[in-house]
Write a protein that binds this ligand. Structure first.
Ligand code: TRH
Length: 381
C-alpha cells in the first residue's frame, strides 16, 4: 500500500530543537519524496523564530507545501482523520481521541515514535522495536536517529552536500554573503567562527583566549542564551546587530534567521560551535570542524551521550587530535577554562578540517533518516 499522507506531531519542550527537527523532517518528506505532510505543533510562536514566514496566529496554514496545524491543548478537531503514517516526535503523547481515531481506521496507520539522537550503543538495540498499545489494536515503533548503518540515520536533504560544496567553492557568493552581514572578507590568517550555545561560562574564557591570541578571530553570534557570557569579555551588554571588538577578537551579533540561512552561516565558517540536536547535525553537513554544547540533562546523562559521539567521531582522527578534541569538548561542556584546551586543539586544525570534510559522506553511505524511515514504513506496512 502507498502511504502518501503523513502526520507529524511536535510538542515544543523548550528552545528550538524539537520544532527544528520536526520541520526538517517535514520538508525532507514533502520535498524529496513527494509526500503529503501535515505538521501539528503546539507552540507556533517558537516555530516562527526559525520559520519567519509562518503566522503564529493561524490554526491552519500552508508553508513550503506543508500543511501546518496548531495542535491545541485539547487535541486536533474531532473530525480529523489520521494520516497513513503518524509520527510522534520525541515521545510527545498523542491525544487519546486521536489514538482512538487511528485504531478505528480499516488500514491502521504506521505509528512511529521518532526518538532523540544519540550515539550510545543501547539505542541500536531499541531502534525499530515495536510497542503494542495496552488497549487498542495499534503498535508503535521506536525509531532512533544515529550514526551507523543499524540506526535511523540523520536527516539530510537530497543533494545538500553538493549545494554546500558549490557554496564553499564560490568565492563571489561568499563575498556577497559577508557584505550582507556587513563584514569584510576574512584576512588570510583569520578564523571565522559561529557560536550557538546555552548559558556557559566557557564562552567567556574561549572568547577571552581569542582576544589575546595570535590570529584575528571573527565570531558570528546569533542572539540568544550565550549573549551574557560573551558580553562579559566586552564589559557591556550585546544585542542583535552590534559589533564589538577586543584585541584580536571581533564579535558580530546576528538576529535569528530561518534554517536555510543558518546553514549558510555554518557553511561559511572555519569552526562552528553548535548545541542541542539539529544545529549539531547541520554542523556535520557543513563539513567543517565543530564543537558541541550538548543539551544538559538530569543526572548528567548527556555526558555519556557526548562521549559516545566523540569516540565515534574521533576514531578516524590522529590519536593526539582525538584526545585534544575530547579535552576541549569536556571543558566546553563543563563550563571550564578553555584557554589551554583550545591552544592544544587549534594545533590539530588541519587534520580536524580534513576529517570534517569526509565525515558526512561516511554518515550518508547507507542513506539518510528520510530514506531509512521510508524503507521501514514500506517494510512494516
Ligand atoms: O534550540 P536547541 O537547544 O534545541 C533543543 C531543545 O532544547 C530540545 O528540547 C532538546 O531536546 C534538544 O535541543 C536536544 O538546539 P538545536 O537542536 O540545535 O535547535 C536549534 C534550531 O534552531 C535548529 O533547527 C537551527 C535553528 N536555527 C535557526 O533556524 N536560525 C538561527 O539563527 C539559529 C541560531 C538556529
Amino acid at each position: 500500500m502507498e502511504r502518501k499522507h503523513w502526520d507529524i506531531f511536535c510538542a515544543v519542550v523548550d528552545n528550538y530543537g524539537d520544532i527544528g527537527v520536526a520541520w526538517r523532517l517535514a520538508r525532507r518528506l514533502a520535498h524529496d519524496f513527494g509526500l503529503e505532510v501535515r505538521l501539528w505543533v503546539d507552540d507556533l510562536a517558537s516555530f516562527a523564530r526559525i520559520a519567519p514566514e509562518l503566522d503564529p496566529a493561524l490554526p491552519a496554514q500552508r508553508l513550503a507545501d506543508i500543511d501546518i496545524r496548531h495542535w491545541p491543548a485539547d487535541g486536533p478537531p474531532d473530525d480529523t482523520v489520521p494520516a497513513d503514517v503518524v509520527i510522534e516526535a520525541f515521545g510527545c503523547r498523542l491525544p487519546e481521541r486521536f489514538e482512538q481515531a487511528m485504531a478505528a481506521k480499516a488500514v491502521k496507520p504506521v505509528w512511529i515514535n521518532l526518538e532523540y539522537l544519540s550515539a550510545e550503543d543501547w539505542t541500536r538495540g531499541c531502534h525499530r522495536q515495536p510497542s503494542p498499545h495496552p488497549r487498542l489494536p495499534l503498535t508503535k515503533h521506536f525509531f532512533f536517529p544515529g550514526f551507523g548503518a543499524d540506526t535511523g540515520g540523520l536527516i539530510c536533504e537530497q543533494g545538500l552536500l553538493d549545494v554546500r560544496r558549490q557554496w564553499q567553492d564560490d568565492a563571489l557568493a561568499r563575498c556577497a554573503y559577508w557584505q550582507l552581514l556587513e563584514l569584510p572578507e576574512p584576512a588570510a590568517n583569520e578564523w571565522r567562527v559561529s557560536l550557538f550555545a546555552y548559558e556557559n561560562p566557557a564562552v567567556t574564557s574561549l572568547l577571552a583566549a581569542w582576544a589575546l591570541g595570535e590570529r584575528p578571530v571573527t565570531c558570528l553570534l546569533p542572539e540568544g542564551k550565550a549573549l551574557p557570557d560573551a558580553a562579559r569579555v566586552f564589559g557591556h551588554p550585546l544585542r542583535a546587530g552590534m559589533l564589538a571588538r577586543q584585541g584580536q577578537l571581533t564579535v558580530k551579533v546576528l538576529p535569528m534567521t530561518d534554517q536555510d540561512s543558518y546553514d549558510l552561516l555554518l557553511w561559511s565558517c572555519d569552526l562552528n560551535l553548535v548545541r542541542g540536536e539539529d544545529s549539531f547535525v547541520r554542523a556535520q553537513w557543513a563539513g567543517r570542524p565543530f564543537l558541541w554544547h550538548i543539551y544538559p540533562q538530569d543526572d548528567d546523562a548527556h555526558l555519556a551521550k557526548l562521549d559516545a559521539f566523540l569516540s565515534q567521531y574521533g576514531a578516524a582522527l590522529p590519536v593526539g587530535a582525538a584526545q585534544a578534541l575530547t579535552a576541549a569538548s569536556h571543558a566546553w561542556n563543563h563550563g571550564a577554562d578553555m584557554a589551554a584546551a583550545w591552544t592544544e586543539l587549534a594545533a590539530w586544525l588541519p587534520a580536524w578540517r580534513e576529517h570534517a570534510a569526509i565525515w558526512p559522506e561516511k554518515l550518508l553511505a547507507d542513506g539518510d533518516l528520510g530514506d531509512r524511515l521510508l524503507h521501514f514504513v514500506r517494510e512494516i506496512g
